[in-house]
Unconditional design. Structure first.
Length: 202
């Protein structure tokens, strides 16, 4: 088992904060495609549906492999390959099938419940992707350098959640308290990752 360290820096800007999360593994290497969510301790914040979200099929892989969307967002699944795909999810968050197709399906898929939807292709078993559905406007996915930036976080008390497809025993992510103020904040959290499914195994 290995773990990841998340270093967090919160900087004030025009009355709101930009939260920068640096996700690394224990050796100091960046950990891309980790989902960062910042949720208020009490109440809910407006989190309108997102526009123009898609998970494409390119070279028999989903692109992107990890996405985060707000509740009520519709996601398109364009097939950019020359072969047909059969995209599905049997997850409680969203159960759907797009049977063998080429091009772009007529209708996008509506994600109307919080949680994590695991995607697959019924034809190509190596294809897998994850869509995290949240009810907060404060979210991001770490880039190739393991950096995720969440902008415009208002002052208040929150739970910082970090999730990765390799996280075991905590399917909703690992969380810790976060107080956003005008002052800078440094925090660290370790993610117990058993295996990284985003990296080809030897």
């Amino acid at each position: 088992m290995w773990s990841a360290t998340v270093a967090l820096v919160c900087c004030a800007s025009a009355g709101a904060a930009t939260v920068t999360v640096n996700v690394t593994d224990p050796t100091g290497k960046p950990l891309p495609q980790a989902v960062v969510m910042i949720e208020p301790v009490t109440g809910k914040l407006p989190a309108p549906p997102m526009a123009s979200v898609q998970v494409a099929q390119v070279k028999r892989q989903f692109v992107p492999r990890v996405s985060v969307v707000t509740v009520g967002t519709s996601v398109a699944f364009p097939n950019q390959d020359t072969v047909r795909h059969h995209v599905y999810s049997f997850s409680p968050t969203k159960n759907f099938e797009l049977k063998l197709y080429s091009g772009v399906p007529a209708q996008p898929v509506l994600f109307d419940k919080t949680g994590i939807a695991v995607l697959g292709c019924n034809i190509h078993d190596q294809m897998a992707a994850w869509i995290v559905v949240v009810d907060t406007p404060y979210h991001a996915v770490s880039d190739a350098e393991g950096i995720a930036r969440v902008q415009g976080v208002a002052a208040g008390n929150y739970q910082l959640k970090v999730w990765h497809p390799g996280l075991q025993g905590a399917s909703d992510g690992v969380s810790q308290p976060l107080t956003a103020t005008a002052a800078n904040i440094d925090k660290a959290v370790r993610l117990p990752i058993d295996m990284n499914p985003l990296v080809p195994q030897p």
